[in-house]
Design a protein around this ligand. Structure first.
Ligand code: 3PG
Length: 307
């Protein structure tokens, strides 16, 4: 019997785990949980005998993939797969997949939730501001970006987007205004929501120069990855511009510094919360199990992300 291991430092909701188990066992697979591990070494020690591995932001390093001698498929239950060493997966003959779109609505709801929280001064009783009529720029119009647009429109915001990989007609069809450059997006919008992946091209790309183009009252919302931010640049910008605020679902490495130097001008979740809903966990978890079953039963590699 093939074994699927769910290796998640940050656990799925119990309802998601129950449904994943029912689905896998119903199809004749054994499924085991390895959650809330304290050290990466513990994770490495847990993967030795699994045939399939489901992870979230867990680090599937070369060491993990080398130790997992039976492993044929690893599925990142979520969108970003920058936590998988794709070269090591390929070298070991392991198929790596993600589950695009499955947790996107949860992330989008958090974007607007954090924006309201900040616009209302963290609910401290002082007069805040409203989102209606303000401009929001969506940096990368993928699955999450599209949901952010939908929710932002519900708030009465004017929505703009930049994505060189998505046709303008597709963006316009959603009632969103496409802009022709990343600089134009930042120069136009008081709010910018980041949805770019972390890769060699995007790392440190959100820098002082770009952010300084934003209009008065600028708010940057990051539910993507902390690596895309030039963290020193953010500090310089917050020093230069007392209006600039930074909200992130992934605390930057210099979070303590930012919070101490610029009180009340940032908000960082203590743990990545964007995809942490029961619905998102069920959607992504079930998709991961289904993709594993389809891979073993019929060789289906639809969501493969490595060569
Ligand atoms: C993703 O890439 O899907 C999100 O960042 C969610 O990550 P998580 O599963 O660790 O919450």
């Amino acid at each position: 019997m093939k074994k699927i291991l769910i290796g998640t430092e940050k656990p799925f909701a119990p309802a998601a785990v129950a449904q994943m188990k029912e689905l896998a066992e119903g199809k004749g697979y054994a499924i085991e949980l390895f959650e809330k591990y304290a050290e990466q070494a513990d994770f490495v020690g847990a993967v030795a005998d699994c045939d399939a591995l489901i992870i979230r932001s867990d680090k599937a390093t070369k060491e993990v993939l080398d130790v997992a001698k039976n492993l044929k498929i690893i599925v990142r239950a979520g969108a970003g797969f920058d936590n998988i060493d794709l070269e090591a997966a390929t070298a070991n003959g392991i198929c790596a997949m993600n589950t695009p779109g499955q947790n996107s609505n949860a992330v989008a709801e958090l974007v607007l939730g954090m924006m309201v929280f900040k616009a209302r001064n963290s609910y401290n009783g002082k007069a805040g501001t409203e989102l209606r009529g303000k401009k929001i720029g969506i940096h990368a119009y993928g699955n999450v970006g599209r949901y952010v647009a939908e929710v932002a429109k519900g708030f009465g915001m004017a929505v703009y987007a930049f994505d060189p990989f998505v046709a303008n007609e597709k963006i316009q069809a959603d009632g969103v205004t496409p802009v022709s450059s990343v600089e134009e997006l930042y120069a136009t919008c008081q709010y910018v929501s980041l949805h770019i992946p972390a890769n060699d091209k995007t790392k440190n790309s959100i820098n002082f120069e770009l952010l300084n183009k934003m209009p008065e009252g600028a708010v940057l919302v990051n539910t993507a990855r902390k690596e895309v931010i030039d963290e020193a640049g953010i500090v310089s910008l917050m020093e230069a511009r007392s209006d600039f605020q930074y909200i992130s679902d992934i605390a930057p490495s210099n979070a303590a510094d930012i919070e101490a130097k610029f009180p009340g001008r940032s908000f960082f979740t203590p743990k990545k919360m964007g995809a942490q809903t029961s619905e998102a966990n069920i959607n992504a978890g079930i998709a991961a199990v289904n993709q594993i079953i389809a891979f073993f039963e019929s060789g289906d590699e639809t969501f493969r992300v490595n060569k």
